[in-house]
Design a protein around this ligand. Sequence first.
Ligand SMILES: CCCCCCCC/C=C\CCCCCCCC(=O)OC[C@H](COP(=O)(O)OP(=O)(O)OC[C@H]1O[C@@H](n2ccc(N)nc2=O)[C@H](O)[C@@H]1O)OC(=O)CCCCCCC/C=C\CCCCCCCC
Ligand SMILES: O=P([O-])([O-])O[C@@H]1[C@@H](O)[C@H](O)[C@@H](O)[C@H](O)[C@@H]1O
Ligand SMILES: [Mg+2]
Length: 208
Amino acid sequence: MISRVTAPLGRSLARIGLTPNIVTIIGAAGVVVSALYFYPRGQLYAGSVVITVFALFDMLDGAVARAKDSASAFGAFLDSSLDRVADAAILAGLMWWFVGEGDDPLLAGLTLFCLISGFMVSYIKARAEGLGVNCDVGVAERTERLIIILVAVGLSELGVPYILAGGLWLLAGMSLITVLQRLVETRARLNDSERSRDEETDKADNDA
Ligand SMILES: CCCCCCCC/C=C\CCCCCCCC(=O)OC[C@H](COP(=O)(O)OP(=O)(O)OC[C@H]1O[C@@H](n2ccc(N)nc2=O)[C@H](O)[C@@H]1O)OC(=O)CCCCCCC/C=C\CCCCCCCC
Ligand SMILES: O=P([O-])([O-])O[C@@H]1[C@@H](O)[C@H](O)[C@@H](O)[C@H](O)[C@@H]1O
Ligand SMILES: [Mg+2]
């Protein structure tokens, strides 16, 4: 569905000579620089809007790769790795804003919790994939996490009461639930594959 928008954009970017990796780097670098809107500039609404524009490049790098038929394993690796840099920049920018102008140590700490739990969500999936297990589950995958934080931060400067604290508590809770969901899923899948390996060994022993 969303590919109806991203596929033609991907073809246009490919036509002007951009490679998927360049699009990945532009998107991540754009998010990192835009996080300066949060800290030190303290412009939460403008920051959320500009970060959103660059975050959307994450959909376009894959679209360019598909348009050029040049998807690569290194591209996938770079895409995921730079996602972490972008996520860290957004939440670190917000955390520093709470430490300074926002003057709220509790929410600064909660933002740090969101950063760490978000990283855990991604790390558990990557580690599970390294063990041969697909772990694509969870109520707060990256897109959901970005939407929650960017909408909450953007609306807070428009004066919607409690939206920022509410968004952070929601993000923290959903990230924690996702960590637990992915741990449970990975454990179940590893147990399944161990069991089928044991069954195959038993069968081979019996046949011998
Ligand atoms: C009034 C309120 C004020 C507040 C203002 C703020 C508003 C904020 C509102 C919402 C925020 C929304 C932000 C959401 C950003 C979401 C971006 C995102 O998460 O996208 C992620 C995924 C794509 O993931 P992934 O990177 O895994 O897939 P790819 O398609 O890239 O494919 C990966 C494969 O591609 C290959 N490859 C990749 C890179 C590379 N260098 N080489 C390669 O070879 C390789 O094989 C890889 O394996 O996106 C989704 O999941 C889709 C759903 C996202 C929906 C988000 C909501 C969208 C909102 C608007 C849509 C408008 C679209 C217009 C686009 C314009 C862009 C400028
Ligand atoms: O694991 P998570 O943060 O929810 O989700 C993310 C995926 O949405 C993304 O496609 C991938 O490139 C990231 O590395 C990460 O895995
Ligand atoms: Mg991408």
